[in-house]
Design a binder for this molecule. Structure first.
Ligand SMILES: [Zn+2]
Length: 287
């Protein structure tokens, strides 16, 4: 499916028909990809931001190729599913995967966790190793509450990690080590590229991480909280509505960063909306 690259998750039979996967196209919001980079790139200098922006602008080509090959892995499962369970075919489950990048933070993560608890919803936190080191107790709490804790690199430093694939892998490994030291073990191989995996300039990085056994997951919906500071909650909610429209499987990009107060403010309404649309909530490890 569009928001997923790599193969591990796609090998599992899904209730969704294959054409659903094609619908979930991560490219439609390419400008937001740029913005995500700019905003959450605290450690990024201008030149690497520009590089990322160029990269995202070229997203459609390489991502499409990537999806095509991934979908071919899914297809063998589909005919059987469709023949024996026609109900699944006409009425696939709607699933929402809330994802929060760049944490943990002392002011926003606890608010997100509280809201998720209130709705008894599990989400996925793509955490930065450096931040995890500073707040290990929050990482533990995320895990204890049943959320997925996944690696979003150790440094999130575009200049370093995207200098070459070897650096990227080293940074991922360092992130894994931090999570393992906090949690006792960290076996999840799910990662998210800072700024997303889109674009031809990331091709070598995608290959390298796949070869190293990682599964990288982008997004096909978002709340737009990376566009600028203090995006009004009402705008964030609208962006979720727009970007999830007509999609049965949505991976929603949001940010768990100190400045993202309105992301927490808007979260109850985002959840209410998705519930009203019939979505079930899962972590990316439950896919
Ligand atoms: Zn990030």
């Amino acid at each position: 499916m569009g928001f997923i690259a790599g193969s591990k998750l796609l090998k599992k039979p899904s209730s969704a028909p294959p054409n659903e996967s094609l619908q979930a196209n991560p490219i439609e919001k390419t400008p937001d990809n740029n913005k995500e980079k700019v905003d959450d790139a605290d450690n990024t200098n201008d030149s690497s931001k520009n590089t990322s922006t160029d990269d995202a602008a070229k997203a459609p080509d390489s991502s499409d190729k990537n999806e095509t090959s991934d979908n071919s892995k899914v297809n063998p499962n589909s005919p059987g599913t469709a023949d024996t369970k026609p109900v699944d075919d006409s009425e696939p489950k709607k699933e929402a995967f809330l994802t929060f990048d760049d944490g943990p933070t002392t002011n926003i993560t606890p608010r997100i966790l509280k809201i998720l608890d209130e709705y008894n919803i599990k989400a996925t936190f793509f955490v930065i190793g450096q931040n995890a080191e500073k707040h290990p107790e929050i990482i533990k709490e995320e895990k204890e509450k049943g959320h997925a804790v996944a690696n979003h690199t150790y440094s999130h430093d575009y200049k370093y990690i995207y200098n070459n694939p070897s650096n990227f892998l080293k940074d991922l490994e360092k992130g894994d080590q931090v999570l393992a030291s906090i949690l006792g073990e960290h076996s999840s191989k799910i990662i998210r590229f800072p700024g997303g995996s889109f674009g031809s300039k990331r091709a070598a990085y995608r290959e390298a991480v796949k070869k190293a056994g990682y599964t990288y997951i982008d997004w096909n919906a978002l709340n737009g909280d990376a566009e600028r500071l203090n995006v009004p909650a009402s705008t964030l909610i609208e962006r979720v509505k727009e970007s999830t429209k007509n999609k049965r499987h949505v991976v929603i990009l949001m940010h768990d960063a100190a400045t993202k107060k309105t992301t927490a403010d808007s979260l109850p309404q985002v959840i209410e909306y998705l519930k009203s649309q019939g979505y079930e909530f899962k972590t990316l490890e439950q896919q």
